[in-house]
Ligand binder design. Sequence first.
Ligand code: KIV
Ligand code: NA
Length: 265
Amino acid sequence: TRRITVRDVAGAKERGEKWPMLTAYDAMTASVFDEAGIPVMLVGDSMGNCHLGYDTTVPVTLDEMTMLSAAVVRGTRRALIVADLPFGSYQEGPVQALRSATRLVKDAGVGAVKLEGGERSHRQIELLVESGIPVMAHVGLTPQSVNAMGYRVQGRGEEAAHRLLRDAKAVQDAGAFAVVLELVPAGLAAEVTRSLHIPTVGIGAGPDCDAQVLVWTDMAGMTEGRVPRFVKQYADLRRALGDSARAFAEDVVGGAFPQEEHTFH
Ligand code: KIV
Ligand code: NA
């Protein structure tokens, strides 16, 4: 078996096939998704919120991203692994972006990187692609800019919609192989999807994108508290894991574990 490549992803759009993407932050979880046939996994800087205990994605470092990306690569055989360039690792310019992306490709072994921004990031995308590193772009809501934009639906109103379409075209022209659309009205996401020859990957962007991505801890019901409206929860892992821990604790305290079958003589 060989890994899925960015060329396979391009072929899927030509054939009109939709595809799923999930985030992953560790080898064990990634191996479960690989066995389940998830073709593309994102080592998202959402690891800041869901894995490392930060409040936002902003504090995530390139060291953290490299370490967890390497684990996800080791845990998988088939999926294309995409790693986020964290905040501060590409905003200085194309050369900084290339240095950061090279680290993720060489030290972690990822097949592609993702960065945020449309027109504002097109020079970074161009240099990475020229250098042989496939790039997934990310427009609409870009969480690394939370301090400037907050968390709200993007591209509402005619001017904002035009700007979003321009951003999506700019990343395509710069050579991105796909683009994430985050928190964008469904009609606009459909228009962007029709206008581009590269696939759109929606999150809170309606049903007409070429692909859909969810943060795995949201998808599987592992996240604490409320999840955003665009999430569908396919399991209740937080409850299942908590129940198992409570049952173990009760058995230990009550002397019901270990029993004969768990014991060596
Ligand atoms: O970091 C992340 O999980 C992401 C996805 C939500 C697209 O960027
Ligand atoms: Na991200």
